[in-house]
Design a protein around this ligand. Structure first.
Ligand code: MG
Ligand code: ZN
Length: 456
């Protein structure tokens, strides 16, 4: 009798666990990737939000759950392609690989698994949409530079919502694009049923599924340079994407990338960087707002790696300063990307600098820096970084990426499983498991369909 009771208790317990798991399986997954956003970038954005915008904290702060280690197979310092592949496919690979393993064989992605289940899918970015991070969810190529091929594979996937920049890789050279094969993929997309939009006005007039919205030939402008009339924000694109995707009864998978946080890190451009992180955080707020009301959506935010080796607090003239000053960044009017061409052409760079960087006057050591660049214009990037860095007490150690762990954030059903410190590939596999996706068997199917290295 007692044994029977024990067996019953075990069976009942298992049942509870199965029911609990079924209950916690999310219907929708919104995966947000802050490209090149290390922990210091988050602190920087929060301090800026407090000091300049009068806010208490970031939307992200409420949902922090852990950390991710980002190394790839080929290096302790990953690139975006290898790290995005780890998240999309649950497998570590070499730097430059787009959803292929170290032998160049295709790996099934979260987006492909969502499609296989009949879910709606979307990619929203601020870079060229053929850039490494979004590419790793929809294309399988051995090198991230193969953006013409990535564009073809992206459209073949019939993703429901594609929003970002980079129409150049969809147009032939004769029509102002970068394609060598004379194909006009925008026209082909339209023939395949896509609504193709290229202006913010058309986008705001109303879009339907499937939609291909590309708002510039290359990366979209940095937030600090963006004209809101001409280019939608990441938050706006995210809101529209969710509105289009949430109608699907099978649920949806959406990847949203704050792509250019990374670019501003590479450029050591502190003012551009902090506004990119804040624009990303606004997109996170949009996703969270939906998820809180919906109750069946898992929102995960992660970075693919750190960029720039950012430091808040640094040596100035050989002395470590115990402070950093967000107000200095708030006065800057433009990114280095926009400023440097103007400085190169100007014969009065110091007055330009005072206006654009919001500097009252140039101190002696700053004037010396400006003279360096006036003589040798290649020095402008370093000089701008130093002018702002000294005043803001912000330091950078590289124009590339670093190996530091990045923050992990999650909200919604399954979020409790993401508490802790994970390898990037482990996180990819965990997301697949939480969604009930079988990436291994999909990979097998994929390899039967698509022979190694053969482009379609
Ligand atoms: Mg990226
Ligand atoms: Zn990068």
């Amino acid at each position: 009798m007692r044994w029977l009771l024990l067996i019953w208790l075990i069976l009942w317990g298992t049942g509870v666990e199965v029911r609990a798991q079924a209950m916690s399986r999310p219907k929708n997954l919104i995966l947000m990737i802050a490209d090149g956003c290390g922990p210091a970038s988050i602190t920087m954005a929060r301090d800026y939000a407090r000091a300049v915008l009068g806010r208490k904290e970031l939307a992200l702060d409420a949902i922090q759950v852990g950390a991710v280690r980002t190394g790839s197979v080929s290096s302790r310092v990953t690139d975006s392609a290898a790290s995005a592949t780890a998240y999309a496919c649950g497998v570590k690979t070499y730097n430059g690989a787009i959803a292929v393993d170290t032998a160049g064989r295709p790996l099934a992605t979260l987006l492909e698994a969502a499609k296989a289940r009949g879910m709606a899918t979307g990619l929203v970015v601020t870079s060229r949409i053929t850039h490494a991070t979004p590419a790793a969810f929809v294309a399988h190529v051995p090198r991230r530079a193969m953006e013409s091929e990535i564009a073809v594979q992206m459209l073949d996937q019939r993703v429901d919502v594609l929003l970002g920049g980079g129409w150049a890789y969809f147009l032939p050279a004769a029509e102002g694009g970068r394609r060598a094969d004379h194909r006009n993929l925008l026209r082909e997309a339209e023939k395949a049923g896509y609504q193709v939009v290229r202006t913010a006005a058309d986008f705001r007039n109303g879009v339907r599924r499937p939609v291909l919205g590309l708002f510039g030939p290359d990366h979209l402008p940095y937030e600090i340079d963006r004209n809101p009339q001409a280019v939608p924000s990441l938050a706006e694109m995210t809101r529209t994407a969710i509105a289009l995707l949430k109608e699907d009864p099978e649920g949806f998978f959406l990847m949203v990338e704050g792509s250019r946080i990374d670019h501003a890190g590479h450029a050591n451009d502190a003012a551009a960087h902090v506004l990119e992180v804040l624009a990303y955080d606004e997109a996170v707020a949009v996703a969270l707002d939906f998820a809180r009301r919906d109750g069946q959506t898992l929102v995960v935010s992660v970075a693919d790696h750190e960029a720039g080796g950012l430091s808040l607090g640094r040596n100035v003239d050989g002395r470590g300063i115990y402070d950093w000053r967000p107000e200095v960044l708030a006065r800057v009017q433009a990114s280095h990307e926009r400023l440097i061409p103007a400085l190169r052409q100007s014969d009065r760079p110091d007055s330009l600098l005072r206006a654009w960087l919001g500097l009252d006057s140039l101190r002696a050591e700053e004037q010396a820096l400006v003279r360096q660049a006036t003589v040798k214009p290649d020095r402008w990037p370093v000089v701008l970084t130093e002018l702002i860095g000294r005043r803001a007490v912000v330091g950078w150690t590289t124009n590339g990426h670093t190996a530091v762990d990045v923050n992990l954030y999650a909200f919604g059903p399954g979020a409790e499983r993401l508490v802790g410190s994970f390898e990037n590939d482990e996180l990819g596999r965990l997301l697949a498991e939480l969604m009930g996706f079988d990436l291994s068997s999909l990979t097998t199917t994929l390899r039967q369909q698509q022979p190694v290295g053969e482009s379609r």
